[in-house]
Write a protein that binds this ligand. Structure first.
Ligand code: SF4
Length: 335
C-alpha cells in the first residue's frame, strides 16, 4: 500500500485549496478505493469532500433540475422530482451497479469513474491509459467489453457509466469550480475520446471540483423514454451496450428524438443527425433501424467485441420501440 495523507474538508473553499495542492477528492470511494488497492492510482493525499453540502437535488431556474455532485446515486434515482420529470435518468441510474453501490456512489463520482478495461486494472500489463506510451494489449487481446466507436490506435476502452448515458441524452451541463474560478461544461464536452491522450478521461483541469449537474426542462420526453441495458448477467454488470432513448410524439409523428449509447465508446455516444432523421416520421422498426445505421456509422469491432455491431443496432431499435410504447417506470424501492 502506498502511504497517503487523509484530510477532511468542511467547505468548498477548503477542499479547493487541498485540490490545488495536488490532493485527490474522495466521496463514495466506490471506484477510487479499488484503484488505490490495485496500485493503479497512488495519491499522496486524499481529501474527504462528503461534508461540503453538495448533496441536494433541487429545482433549477427555468424548470430544470440541479443535481448536487455529492447526492448519492440512489437518492437521485428515487428522488420524486427525478422520477416525475426525468424517468430516463432514474431508469439509467437504477440499471447501474448494485443497490449497495448506488447507496454509496455519488453523482460526481459516477461522472469520474474510470474504465473497467481488464488491463487498466492489472499493473503487471502495459496500458496506455495507465502508463502512456506502453501500449494497448486490449486491441489484440481481451476486448469483449471494449469500444466500437471513437477509438484510437492508443486505446479502445469504454466509459462504464449508465447514468452518464442518460445525462448525455438529456443535454446535462456539468458545473465545476476551482480556486477563484468556475465554469460550465456541456455534457457532450465533459468526457473525451482517447485520441493521442487516453490517460485523460475528461476535460476537468487539475484543481477543479465538480459541484453540481444541471438538467434543462425535458417535459416533452417524459411520456416516451426508455433505457435498455444489455449485459452479461442481470444482477450486476457493466453494459455491453446500453441505449437511452426518448421521443416527443404528437399526432402519431415524431417531433423530436434523443438517442445516446453506452458501452460502445470512451464517452457516451450520441449522433444528433440520427435524431434529426426521425423528425416528422411515424414510429416504426424500419425508421428506427435507419436511425441506428446513422448512429453506428464508422463502427468497427476488434475481434471479441464484433458482436456489438449487431447488438447495438438491435438495442437502438428496441429502445426506440419501447420508448414509443410509453415510459415504463422503474418498479420497486430496493435500496
Ligand atoms: Fe489500456 Fe485503453 Fe488499451 Fe485498455 S483499451 S489496455 S485502458 S490503453
Amino acid at each position: 500500500m502506498n502511504p497517503f495523507t487523509f484530510t477532511q474538508a468542511s467547505d468548498v473553499d477548503a477542499a479547493l485549496a487541498r485540490l490545488a495542492s495536488g490532493a485527490r477528492p474522495i466521496a463514495g470511494g466506490t471506484n477510487l478505493l479499488d484503484l488505490i488497492k490495485e496500485g493503479v492510482m497512488r495519491p499522496g493525499e486524499l481529501v474527504d469532500i462528503n461534508g461540503l453540502g453538495l448533496d441536494k437535488v433541487e429545482e433549477a431556474p427555468g424548470g430544470g433540475l440541479r443535481l448536487g455532485a455529492l447526492a448519492r446515486n440512489a437518492d437521485t434515482a428515487y428522488h420524486p422530482l427525478v422520477r416525475e420529470r426525468y424517468p430516463l435518468l432514474s431508469a439509467a441510474i437504477l440499471a447501474g451497479a448494485s443497490p449497495q453501490l448506488r447507496n454509496m456512489a455519488t453523482n460526481g463520482g459516477n461522472l469520474l469513474q474510470r474504465t473497467r478495461c481488464y488491463y487498466f486494472y492489472d499493473v503487471g500489463t502495459p496500458c496506455n491509459k495507465r502508463e502512456p506510451g506502453t501500449g494497448c494489449p486490449a486491441k489484440d487481446g481481451l476486448n469483449r467489453l471494449h469500444a466500437i466507436l471513437g477509438t484510437s490506435e492508443h486505446c479502445i476502452a469504454t466509459h462504464p457509466s449508465d447514468m452518464c448515458v442518460a445525462l448525455r441524452a438529456l443535454d446535462a451541463v456539468v458545473h465545476v469550480r476551482s480556486q477563484g474560478a468556475e465554469r460550465e461544461i456541456p455534457f457532450a464536452d465533459f468526457h473525451r475520446l482517447p485520441g493521442e491522450r487516453p490517460d485523460l478521461d475528461n476535460t476537468l483541469e487539475p484543481g477543479e471540483l465538480v459541484t453540481h449537474i444541471t438538467l434543462p426542462d425535458a417535459g416533452r420526453f417524459v411520456a416516451h423514454s426508455a433505457y435498455i441495458k444489455v449485459r452479461e448477467r442481470l444482477s450486476y454488470a457493466f453494459a455491453l451496450v446500453s441505449v437511452a432513448a426518448a421521443l416527443d410524439l404528437e399526432g402519431g409523428k415524431i417531433r423530436a428524438a434523443r438517442i445516446a449509447l453506452g458501452g460502445v465508446a470512451h464517452k457516451p455516444w450520441r449522433v444528433e443527425e440520427a435524431e434529426e432523421s426521425l423528425v416528422g416520421k411515424t414510429p416504426g422498426l424500419e425508421t428506427f433501424g435507419a436511425a441506428a445505421d446513422i448512429v453506428l456509422r464508422g463502427a468497427h469491432g476488434h475481434g471479441q467485441n464484433d458482436f456489438k455491431l449487431t447488438l447495438a443496432r438491435n438495442a437502438i431499435e428496441q429502445a426506440l420501440t419501447t420508448a414509443a410504447r410509453g415510459t415504463e417506470y422503474a418498479k420497486g424501492e430496493q435500496r
